[in-house]
Write a protein that binds this ligand. Structure first.
Ligand code: FMN
Length: 209
């Protein structure tokens, strides 16, 4: 029940106070994202954690001037692999098998199948697949933030190519996916704060069979 109360409390905060969050709160939210499930466990995600006001200032125009960028305590930039290469699949399985003290043969069949599967994807489809994994982590981070009473605004309203360029993501084999502004709500300035949460009716949301 606590989780549902937290999810009802949270909203896509439009204005924040600029107050700094406790480092432990930010760390907790990031850890929740790290623990999110991913397809085939490949974890093709990397998060940039931006607290430097000067960097946030430079990102704000890339995000169409949205105030949460500079009013947040921390801006998380969820990025994902630009492509799913054989080397990346091998690396994940090497690390995982080493951690578990398992021989590489344990997952050799899975590795072959994954390489075969992703070789049929275009580069854009590969990014689409990795970006979906980032969105799962985003959802987990949003829930974790709500549980802590931290405001978190997911933001896709930004120029992805420009942010990739600004953070030099493509050089690092990454592309931006979505932002998460973390901070404290500024209720006197925020037009969304007093409005009721709008969701589809439960009967429209599911089909029971
Ligand atoms: C992927 C994604 C992208 C979003 N992009 C933005 C954005 O750029 N700016 C913004 O203010 N809100 C953004 N939102 C917030 C949604 O508009 C908001 O979550 C939705 O209207 C439901 O309202 P609530 O979150 O307040 O319950 C985004 C939400 C998601 C999930």
């Amino acid at each position: 029940m606590k989780l549902l109360e937290s999810l009802n409390w949270r909203y896509a905060t439009k204005r924040m106070t600029g107050e700094a969050l406790e480092p432990a709160e930010v760390a907790n939210i990031i850890e929740a994202a790290r623990l999110a499930p991913t397809s085939a466990g490949l974890q093709p995600i990397h998060i940039y954690v931006i607290s430097d006001p000067a960097i946030k200032q430079q990102i704000q125009p890339i995000a169409f001037g949205q105030p949460q960028i500079v009013e947040s305590s921390h801006l998380l930039v969820f990025t994902s692999w630009d492509k799913i290469t054989d080397e990346r699949i091998d690396k994940v399985h090497e690390d995982m098998n080493n951690l578990r003290n398992l021989p590489m043969e344990t997952t050799a069949h899975t590795v072959t199948n994954l390489k075969q599967l992703f070789s049929t994807f275009s580069e854009e489809e590969q990014y689409h697949h990795t970006a979906k994994q980032a969105h799962i982590a985003l959802g987990v981070a949003i829930a974790a933030a709500a549980e802590l009473g931290v405001d978190a605004t997911p933001m896709e309203g930004f120029d992805k190519a420009a942010l990739d360029e600004f953070l030099k993501l493509r050089e690092n084999g990454l592309r931006s996916v979505v932002l998460l502004a973390l901070g404290k709500r500024q209720i006197t300035e925020d037009w969304l704060y007093p409005l009721k949460k709008y969701r589809q009716a439960k009967e429209d949301f599911i089909t029971e069979l």
